[in-house]
Structure formats: C-alpha cells, structure tokens
Design a protein around this ligand. Structure first.
Ligand code: HGY
Ligand code: MN
Ligand code: MN
Length: 414
C-alpha cells in the first residue's frame, strides 16, 4: 500500500521523548547518558524492544551501532536510513540526538500501523558515541562505519579514567555480531539546531546543507608545583596561569575570525588541584570550528604560534596534539531537495543552514547521500540541561523527515 497523507502521532512521539528522558535524568531536568554507560545500556534496551514491537528486526554491529530495519518491496535496494544518537553530554538535554532516533521510531510505528510498503527497506540507526564526551573523538562509531577510523582505533579510545571503548562496549553487552559498514541508499537525520538562527527568524525547519569544519586538540602545560605561601611570585612556574592566558588567546582568535568562527577550551584538569599548591601541570582541550577548512587551517597556525609563545615567555613546557579533524561537509543535493520539498508541502517556514555542531550525518555523507532536518531549540541552547524544544516543532520536524524519506523512496521506485 502506498503512503497516504501520513502524519506522525505527536503525543506518542512526545511521550517517548519524556519516557526515555528518565533514563539518566539529572536533578536539573537534563540527561547524563554517557556513551557505553549503564544508562546508555538501559536506553538501548528500551530502544531495541520498542523497535521490535513495531515490526522491525534489530541488529547490532561490532561497535554497538544499532540498526532497526523494516523490509521494503525491493530487498535488493540498500535501506534508506534514519539515524542519530541516544548518548548525551554529562549535562545534556532531552532533545540533542534523541529526537532524531525517536522521530525515526515514530515513523516506524506509523508505517507499521498504516501497513505502508516502501520500495526500499527503512533502517533506523542509533549511532554509538556521537558526543565524544566520554570517548574522543565525536562521531567515532559513524566515522568507523564510514571508513574514517579503524575498528582498532575506536576500541582503543580511552575515557579520562583509562577505560577503553572496547571494554566499556563489552561491559554493557553491546559488541554486536554484525560487521561494521553496509550500503545505505540515503541517510536522513532530524536534530535540534543547537543555535539561535531558526528561533530568531521565526522559522520551523532548517534544511541543512552541510556541517562546519572542526579540529580538536589535547594539551598539557607543565610548570612546577610549589608552596602557595612560601614561593615568591617571581620564582613561580604556574601552569594554570599559562593555560588561563591560552584560554583568553583562543577566545581572541575566534573573535578575530567571527562571526563564522568559534573556539572553546572545554576541559581543564588542574594538578595537583590543591588549594595551597601552585599548579605544576594542567591538561586541557581546545575545539576550533569554522565553515571553511582554509580558515580553520589559519586558526590552527595562529593558535599553535600563540600557545607556544605563551609557554615560552612563562617558563612553561607545552605539549600539544591535534586529536581530531573533521573537514567541512556538503550534503547531497537530492536529499536536500527532498527535505525542502517536504517542508513546502507541509507549508512550514524553512531556510537552508550549515550546522555549527558535528553530527553522525557528517561522516555518513561520505558513504551515502545524506542530509539533515533542523528544528529550533529555545534560546538556541544545547549541551545544557535546560535545552528545550516544543512538541509542535518536534512533530513538524518528524513530519518533514517522514515526507523526505518517502519522497526519496518513491524516487528509488521510479
Ligand atoms: O561536538 C559536536 O558538535 C557534537 O555535539 N558531537
Ligand atoms: Mn547531537
Ligand atoms: Mn551534542
């Protein structure tokens, strides 16, 4: 049966978002569901059961990526994928990644109820470790699926407690039997914008044309531990003072390339972190981004020079390593057109957007025609427990996702 004018069940989708938000809920109304944690295991178990309950077969690959597949008329066609992630930041919100997976679940439920037969199989994917909060880099499992990383590299990533990705995957029982990587006809992802543009312009849908360029660094600044009371100021080699200067330098660098550039020092581990010891060693991270790879390369060179100068004039030693580079991504014009057409058919206000945040789609775009659908989030806030979106916008995004997937599917059948 072809797809009549299907509309997602907004209340059911909203209820699933609120139900899963209880897994890893934080007192401030957010979620802490770090990749491969026990909370991640619990939401994965919930997800697998919900997918099976609406007629999907569920498989797991060797990196824990979960695939819920609904058969189509033509089994020779690779599945059209709807993907995103269920892992969160330590103080994450209820919508980042989650609405992409649960809107896909709602679409599976709807197609099952309506007895719709698509041309291609439809495959709903929960990508492991999108956030990179516990195991760097971000998008590690989708990147391995796309051939960017090797499985051994992924398994060897360690969290700050020295636990490896591979051992954490085994600990939650999600090292699946499926090989990593299989053909996809397309990949569509619904996500909150995580920025202020759609809300500021009063638009409901962002038609995502690409993802900006990202570079991550890990660094250690080394000085000398000293007594906070007995060490005169001119004799100190205060590693934290040096890092404080680097924090300001990263901010100033991004401001020089603003408004398109951003720069963040997100992690700082101060050692020995004792109130009466001059810090002798500080671990920290840097995240630089811009839509243009060439600008990020310029920022990289400037950052390295300024950080080295700060260390040298402060009598400190800096070790700096680039740990991740995700080049700017341009999404598939056919997929972008499918999203634009779906938004227009639904009479929803929309505009093209380049994503400031990284997403699994950025890597899957290397192996399948890919694009994303954005909806607004309140005040553009994300990676924050106060992250919020409206039920109406989530439903609108899910209906655009549905319309784009079905339009792409019809195209495969022609
Ligand atoms: O880092 C990012 O942009 C994404 O949230 N993982
Ligand atoms: Mn996300
Ligand atoms: Mn995120």
């Amino acid at each position: 049966m072809s797809a009549p004018n299907l509309v997602v069940n907004s209340d059911r989708l909203w209820a699933s978002i609120q139900e899963t938000a209880a897994i890893g809920a934080t007192p401030k109304g957010g979620i802490c569901r770090l990749a491969l944690s026990d909370e991640d295991r619990r939401v994965r178990d919930w997800f697998a059961e919900a997918c099976r309950a609406c007629g999907c077969s569920v498989s797991v690959d060797a990196l824990g990526n979960m695939f819920a597949r609904r058969p189509g008329r033509n089994p020779k066609l690779p599945p059209i994928a709807i993907g995103s992630h269920l892992d969160t930041q330590p103080t994450g919100g209820k919508y980042d990644g989650i609405i992409g997976v649960l809107a896909g679940l709602e679409i599976m439920r709807l197609l099952d109820e309506a007895g719709v037969e698509t041309e291609a199989p439809i495959e709903l994917i929960n990508w492991t470790n999108e956030e990179g909060a516990r195991f760097a880099p971000a998008m590690l499992a989708s990147g391995t699926f796309a051939g960017v990383f090797t499985p051994d590299y992924a398994y060897a990533r360690e969290d700050r407690g020295g636990v490896s990705f591979g051992s954490a995957l085994d600990a939650i029982g999600y090292r699946g039997a499926e090989p990593i990587g299989h053909p996809l006809s397309a990949h569509f992802e619904l996500h909150i914008e995580q920025g202020p543009i759609l809300e500021a312009e009063g638009r409901t849908i962002g038609v995502v044309t690409g993802v900006q360029s990202i570079r991550w660094y890990e660094a250690t600044m080394t000085g000398m531990d000293g007594h906070a009371g007995a060490t005169p100021m001119h004799l100190r080699r205060d590693a934290l003072l040096g890092v404080a200067e680097i924090v300001r330098a990263v901010h100033a660098l991004a401001m020089r390339y603003a408004p398109g550039a951003v720069g963040t020092v997100g992690m700082i581990e101060n050692r020995p972190n004792s109130r009466n010891v001059v810090p002798g060693e500080v671990f920290f991270t840097v995240d630089l981004r811009h839509a243009d790879d060439a600008v990020v390369a310029e920022m990289d060179a400037a950052f390295r020079a300024e950080a080295a100068a700060i260390a040298s004039r402060s009598g400190l030693t800096l070790s700096l390593e680039e740990t991740w580079r995700s080049p700017a991504v341009h999404f598939d014009a056919g997929c972008v057109a499918a999203v634009t057409g779906a938004a227009e058919r639904l009479g929803l206000s929309h505009r093209p957007l380049v994503s400031g945040a990284g997403h699994d789609s950025a890597y899957i775009a290397r192996v399948a025609p890919t694009t994303m659908v954005f909806i607004p989030c309140k005040d553009g806030l994300s990676h924050n427990e106060a992250e919020s979106a409206t039920q109406a916008d989530v439903a609108a995004g899910a209906n655009v996702l549905l319309g784009a997937v079905l339009a792409f599917d019809r195209g495969l059948g022609e």
